[in-house]
Design a protein around this ligand. Structure first.
Ligand SMILES: NC(=O)C1=CN([C@@H]2O[C@H](COP(=O)(O)OP(=O)(O)OC[C@H]3O[C@@H](n4cnc5c(N)ncnc54)[C@H](O)[C@@H]3O)[C@@H](O)[C@H]2O)C=CC1
Ligand SMILES: CCCCCC(=O)CC\C=C/C=C/C=C/[C@@H](O)[C@@H](O)CCCC(=O)O
Length: 248
């Protein structure tokens, strides 16, 4: 897959799935705008990427996706730096059932905003790809995390509707939604709250049922979603253990 000359923007790019996706894009020739909330780790990662892939291939922008202003500015800065935008991955997400309103702002509002900004900034005639990261909890319940489940169902519904809209309107932008099962990242350190602790057994059953994928395995499996648009808009959901899982 050659992505030479393509410009990508990834939210939550410093760790876990976002970092792995950034590397896939860099290895395939794209330039990547890395958005995340942690400035010092972001600058460190840029230095690592500079020596691995060459200077000028990435920029780091401190950005909290729950802030409309910060996300707007980050899109603007990316275009000022690289001149265009072809690929967007709305990946940033948290699991915090206690501070659930913040979780809705990050997991759902952040994805909606990032997608709408993508539609605004991508050039119709040159196409574009938007990859929204949901979860298997976007397709069925994760009982220990009901609000998380709601946000991820929201991401699936939003992406499906918009993908159909993009297709009907001939926008030339493909919307993908990923629904990974468990992937071994920093996310696993998230605590469930006390009320839900009794549901840990249910979560453990799901661990047993779906397994816990290593990052490398998960990301190798989904890298085809970043292929440039060639045949017009399309959409699909790729589960970690069920690739090309198609909902419509
Ligand atoms: N790890 C897993 O088992 C699964 C994860 N997912 C989803 O994948 C996405 C990435 O998760 P992981 O890589 O596992 O998590 P992670 O916790 O390892 O990395 C998340 C990254 O997002 C950044 N971030 C957090 N809040 C942010 C905000 N407000 N604005 C910008 N950046 C922010 C963090 O600083 C971090 O770099 C999330 O949306 C998560 O819901 C979906 C299914 C399974
Ligand atoms: C503690 C770590 C949290 C990780 C957060 C995630 O997003 C991981 C989600 C992983 C699994 C969720 C599974 C939910 C499964 C069931 O509801 C199942 O019935 C879904 C079936 C979907 C389908 O194929 O129709």
């Amino acid at each position: 897959m050659s992505l030479d000359g393509k410009i990508a923007l990834i939210t939550g790019a410093i760790k876990g799935i976002g970092r792995a996706f950034s590397e896939i894009l860099l290895k395939n020739g794209a330039k990547v705008s890395l958005l995340d909330i942690n400035t010092s780790e972001g600058n460190e990662l840029k230095t690592v990427f500079d020596s691995a892939y060459g200077e000028g291939r990435t920029c780091f922008i401190r950005c909290d996706v729950s802030s409309e202003t910060e996300l707007n500015d980050a899109f603007q800065k990316t275009i000022e730096t690289f001149g265009r935008l072809d690929i967007i991955c709305n990946n940033a997400g948290i699991l915090d059932e206690q501070d659930w309103e913040k979780m809705v702002s990050v997991n759902l509002n952040g994805v909606i905003r990032g997608t709408l900004l993508g539609l605004k900034h991508m050039k119709k005639e040159e196409g574009g790809v938007i990859v929204n990261v949901s979860s298997l909890a976007g397709l069925g319940p994760l009982p220990s995390a009901p609000v998380y489940t709601a946000t991820k169902h929201g991401v699936v519904g939003f992406s499906r509707a918009l993908a159909d809209g993009s297709s009907l309107l001939g926008l030339g932008i493909r919307i993908n939604v990923l629904c990974p099962a468990f992937v071994d990242t920093h996310f696993f350190k998230s605590e469930i709250n006390e009320t839900l602790a009794a549901l840990q057994d249910a979560r453990n059953k799901l661990f047993h049922q779906f397994g816990v994928l290593q990052l490398r395995t998960h990301c190798c499996g989904v890298q085809h979603v970043y292929r440039p648009v060639t045949t017009g808009p399309d959409w699909f959901s790729a589960c970690s253990n069920c690739f090309n899982y198609r909902l419509s």
